[in-house]
Design a protein. Structure first.
Length: 763
C-alpha cells in the first residue's frame, strides 16, 4: 500500500522550518551582539572611540551571521529527509539535514545526518522494519513508520518521495505522481567476477588442450610464442592481458628443462590489489614461490639492499607535484648537470690543493658521454703527469676520496633535492613543471631533510586538516615526513649511480637483483626512468612479457609517451607485438559507455560479446539523498545476492571513508585503501588507484561530479578505468553538478526507456 502524502502539509512544514531558522539565527546573533555591545560600549571614553567600536560591532555581526550559517541548516535547503518512528510510548518525527535545529521553540526538529543517532536508523531500516537503538539515557525500540526524501530548490518544495515507492514532483507548476523504488535494480550478476581462489582447485597446465580451448586465437598466439621471444601484449579493459601473460609465465617455468624457474622469474604490477590477484592466479597453477611485487615494493627492496645511510621509513603521502617531478625524464636528464657541476667543483678544489697542475687540467672538462668515474680517471692521469713527484701520494689520496664519494648517494640525495639553482633548470611549461611546482619540491625536501615541527614556518589552515576523529592531520604528516624517504628517490638514485659509475653496484653492499623472465602488467603506469631500472635487472638472454593499455593510463600523462619509448627504455630491441581485440569482462552496455567516456582517446578498443544490465546514470541534489539511495540499494543487493562482489569506487580516500561509515554495521562491507582485497563476496569501499586490473560483479561510482571528473584526458582515462571494472552491472551517480563526460551520453537505443524509468533526478 502506497504512502499517503499531503503536499499542503509538506509545504507548511517547509515554511515553518524556514521561519524557525530565520528567528533562531537572528536571535543568536542579536544576543551575542548585545552582550558584546554592553562590554565594548562601556570601554569607550570619546566619540572617536565609540565610532571605531561601532564599526567593529558591525564587522563582528557579519562574521557571526556567516558562522551561524555553518552551524544551522541552509534555509534554501534545510533538510533532505524525514523519518517517523513508532515507539511503544512515544512517537518521533525527525527531519535530517546538513546541520541541526532543535529546541523547545522549534516546530520541526532537524538533526545533522552525519552525527545524529537517529540517522543510523534512517539508513539501516526501511518502513515497516523493527529497529533497536542505544541512546544516551535509554534503549529506543519500535517500528519505522515512514521515510521520505525531499527535493527542495531555493527554499521551494519540488518533490516528496516515500520509500514505499510513491513520488510526487512539481512539473509545469502542477504536482504529478509516479511510483518508483528507492533501490536501483542491480541483479543477476552474482559470481561472475574473480573470486578468492582455492589453491586445491588447480588449473590445467597452460599447454593443456582444455586450457587452450578457453582462449581465443589472439590469446593462444601469445601463449604459444617461442620462450626466448619478448612480447608486448596490448588490449583494452577486459581483454585478458593479465591472464594470458600469467599463463605464458606458467608454461615457461613448468617446462623448458629449468631454463625459466620461479627463483629467477618475477611479476611486476603497479598496485597491491593487482599483486594479490596475480598471486592467487599463480597459486591455482601450483606456482607458489615466484616473486609477485608492486614496482614500489621492488624498487624499495633493491634500494635498501644497494644503498646505505638512507632513511628506513617510506613516506606515503608525497604530494602529486613532487612525485611527478621525481618520476619525470627531465629529472633524470638534470642528473647530468648535477654530476658535471660536481666534477667542476672537484677540479677547482684539485687546483687549489695542487697549483702546479693548473695549466694541465684547466682544459679538461666533463664529458657527458662518459661516467663520472671515467672523467675522474682522465683527470687523475693528467694530474699525476703534471704534479710534483713528492705530491703524487697525496694526489692519489685525493682521488681515492673522490672515488669513495661516488657511492655516497645519501648525501647526493640531500644536495640534489635542496639545490634551488639546479632544480629551477627543471622548469618546462610543456611538461607542466613550473617555478611554483619546483618551489613546492624545495619546501617539501627541506622539511623532509632538515626541519621539524617547531622550526617550520608554514601557514596552515588548521580546520582544513582536522580529521574526522578531531586530530590535526597536518601535524601527523609533518611527524611522518621528517627523516623519511620517497619511493621515487630510489629510482633517481639508481640512475645517479649508473651515471656516476656505469653499473648498479655498490662495493660492500651488492648489486641489483637480476631476472631471467619478467612479466610487467599495466606497463603504461611506469615512467621511462622506472622502466630503465627494470631493464637493467634483466639477465643476458632473458625473456620479457609486457602488457598494457594506454587508454587506462591514470598516472602522470608525461610519464608515458609511446610503446616504442617503453621498449627503448627497457633496452628491448626485438619484441613481438600482439593486440587482444575481444572484451570478455564487461557487457556491451558498459563497453559502449566506456567508448563514450574515452571520446577522442578511444582507439582500438576490444569488442564486448556479452549482454547484461543497462548502465544506470543518476543525479541527486546533495550527498544526503545520494547516500540514502546508495544505502537502500546496497543493503537490498547484499540480501538478494549474498555471493556477489560489489565495489564502490571513489576518486579519493576521503569520500570512501565517509561512505563506508554508513555501512560499518554490514559484516560484508570493507574499507580497502591499501590494496588488501580479499576477493570475497561483499562490498568494498575503495578508490580508483586501488582497483586497476581488478573486476567486480557490480561497480558503483558515487562521485561523478564536474569537479572530480573534468573534461580532460586524465579524467577520461580515470573514469574509464573505474567503470570498466564492472563485469555485470554499473551504476554511476552524482550529488553535485554532474561530470561533463556524462552530459552528452545516450544509452543504447533499447535502454532509453529503461534508463528514464529507474533513474529520475531528485530535485
Amino acid at each position: 500500500m502506497s504512502e499517503l502524502i499531503s503536499i499542503d502539509e509538506e509545504i507548511l512544514r517547509l515554511k515553518a522550518v524556514r521561519e524557525d531558522l530565520k528567528v533562531t539565527v537572528k536571535s543568536v546573533s542579536e544576543n551575542i551582539l548585545g552582550e558584546a555591545s554592553q562590554i565594548l560600549i562601556g570601554t569607550a571614553e570619546t566619540k572617536d572611540e565609540w565610532g571605531a567600536l561601532h564599526e567593529q560591532l558591525h564587522t563582528y555581526n557579519s562574521l557571526m551571521s556567516r558562522k551561524s550559517q555553518s552551524i544551522y541548516p541552509d534555509p534554501n535547503f534545510p533538510y533532505f529527509a524525514r523519518i517517523v518512528l513508532d515507539e511503544p510510548h512515544h512517537h518521533r518525527d525527525v527531519l535530517l539535514g546538513y546541520g541541526s535545529l532543535v529546541g523547545g521553540q522549534v516546530s520541526f526538529p532537524i538533526v545533522d545526518w552525519r552525527k545524529a543517532p537517529v540517522a543510523q536508523v534512517f539508513f539501516e531500516k526501511k518502513s515497516g522494519e523493527v529497529f533497536e537503538q542505544e541512546l544516551p539515557r535509554r534503549l529506543s525500540t519500535g517500528v519505522v513508520a515512514s521515510r521520505f526524501l525531499y527535493g527542495i530548490r531555493r527554499g521551494e518544495l519540488t518533490s516528496v518521495w516515500s520509500d514505499k515507492g510513491k513520488r510526487l514532483y512539481l512539473s509545469d507548476q502542477a504536482w504529478k505522481e509516479e511510483f518508483i523504488s528507492w533501490t536501483i535494480p542491480l541483479s543477476g550478476g552474482e559470481g561472475k567476477a574473480v573470486r578468492s581462489i582455492d589453491p586445491t582447485q588447480v588449473w590445467s597446465d597452460a599447454d593443456d588442450s582444455e586450457t587452450q580451448k578457453l582462449l581465443d586465437r589472439d590469446q593462444r598466439e601469445v601463449l604459444n610464442s617461442p620462450p626466448d621471444e619478448s612480447l608486448l601484449v596490448l588490449g583494452g579493459a577486459g581483454s585478458g592481458k593479465t591472464t594470458v601473460a600469467l599463463l605464458r609465465l606458467a608454461k615457461l617455468v613448468k617446462g623448458l628443462n629449468g631454463t625459466f624457474v620461479p627463483s629467477n622469474s618475477m611479476v611486476i604490477v603497479p598496485h597491491e590489489g593487482l599483486r594479490r590477484l596475480c598471486t592467487n592466479i599463480l597459486w591455482t597453477m601450483n606456482i607458489v614461490d615466484l616473486a609477485v611485487l608492486t614496482y614500489d615494493d621492488w624498487i624499495t627492496r633493491e634500494g635498501a639492499k644497494v644503498f646505505k645511510d638512507l632513511p628506513k621509513r617510506i613516506y606515503n603521502s608525497t604530494p602529486a607535484t613532487v612525485v611527478n617531478i621525481k618520476r619525470s625524464s627531465r629529472m633524470i636528464a638534470l642528473l647530468d648537470t648535477y654530476i658535471a657541476d660536481g666534477f667542476r667543483a672537484a677540479k677547482k678544489d684539485l687546483i687549489q690543493k695542487f697549483p702546479e697542475i693548473e695549466a694541465t687540467v684547466i682544459p679538461i672538462d666533463y664529458e657527458p658521454h662518459n661516467t663520472l668515474l671515467k672523467n675522474y680517471d682522465r683527470l687523475q692521469i693528467a694530474s699525476l703527469k703534471a704534479s710534483y713527484p713528492a705530491n703524487r701520494e697525496r694526489l692519489n689520496r685525493f682521488f681515492s676520496f673522490l672515488h669513495s664519494e661516488l657511492y655516497d648517494l645519501a648525501q647526493d640525495r640531500i644536495s640534489l633535492f635542496t639545490d634551488e639553482k639546479l632544480l629551477l633548470g627543471l622548469v618546462d611549461e610543456k611538461t607542466g613543471i613550473t617555478t611554483h611546482s619546483v618551489n613546492q619540491l624545495l619546501e617539501y625536501s627541506r622539511r623532509q631533510f632538515f626541519s621539524h615541527l617547531s622550526s617550520i614556518e608554514v601557514e596552515k589552515e588548521t580546520e582544513a586538516h582536522i580529521a574526522l576523529d578531531g586530530r590535526d592531520e597536518t601535524e601527523e604528516d609533518e611527524e611522518d615526513l621528517y627523516k623519511s624517504i620517497d619511493v621515487e628517490d630510489y629510482v633517481v638514485l639508481f640512475h645517479l649511480l649508473l651515471k656516476k659509475t656505469g653499473q648498479l653496484f655498490v662495493p660492500g653492499r651488492g648489486s641489483l637483483t637480476t631476472s631471467k623472465y619478467l612479466v610487467i602488467d599495466e606497463a603504461q603506469e611506469l615512467s621511462e626512468s622506472e622502466l630503465r631500472i627494470l631493464g637493467c635487472s634483466l639477465e643476458k638472454g632473458s625473456s620479457v612479457t609486457l602488457s598494457g593499455d594506454e587508454g587506462q593510463l591514470t598516472t602522470s600523462e608525461d610519464a608515458f609517451l609511446t610503446w616504442d619509448k617503453v621498449l627503448e627504455a627497457m633496452g628491448l630491441e626485438s619484441v613481438k607485438r600482439s593486440r587482444l581485440m575481444t572484451n570478455y569482462r564487461s557487457t556491451k552496455s558498459v563497453a559502449h559507455f566506456g567508448l563514450h567516456v574515452l571520446g577522442p582517446l578511444a582507439k582500438e578498443l576490444p569488442q564486448a560479446v556479452r549482454m547484461g544490465l543497462p548502465v544506470i546514470v543518476s543525479h541527486f541534489e546533495g550527498i544526503g539523498p545520494g547516500c540514502t539511495i546508495l544505502s537502500d540499494t546496497l543493503r537490498d543487493l547484499v540480501r538478494r545476492e549474498e555471493n556477489s562482489s560489489i565495489a564502490v569506487v571513489c576518486k579519493d580516500e576521503k569520500t570512501a571513508k565517509i561512505l563506508y561509515q554508513l555501512f560499518e554495521d554490514l559484516e560484508s562491507s570493507r574499507l580497502v585503501l591499501d590494496g588488501k582485497f580479499t576477493f570475497d563476496p561483499g562490498v568494498d569501499f575503495t578508490t580508483l588507484d586501488e582497483v586497476k586490473g581488478l573486476e567486480f560483479d557490480y561497480v558503483i561510482i558515487p562521485d561523478a561530479h564536474s569537479f572530480v571528473y573534468r573534461d580532460d584526458h586524465f579524467s577520461r582515462r580515470a573514469l574509464y578505468v573505474a567503470l570498466t571494472r564492472a563485469v555485470h552491472g554499473l551504476w554511476i551517480f552524482s550529488t553535485a553538478k554532474p561530470s561533463p563526460l556524462l552530459e552528452t551520453w545516450q544509452p543504447l537505443g533499447e535502454e532509453q526507456a529503461y534508463r528514464q524509468m529507474i533513474s529520475p533526478s531528485l530535485s
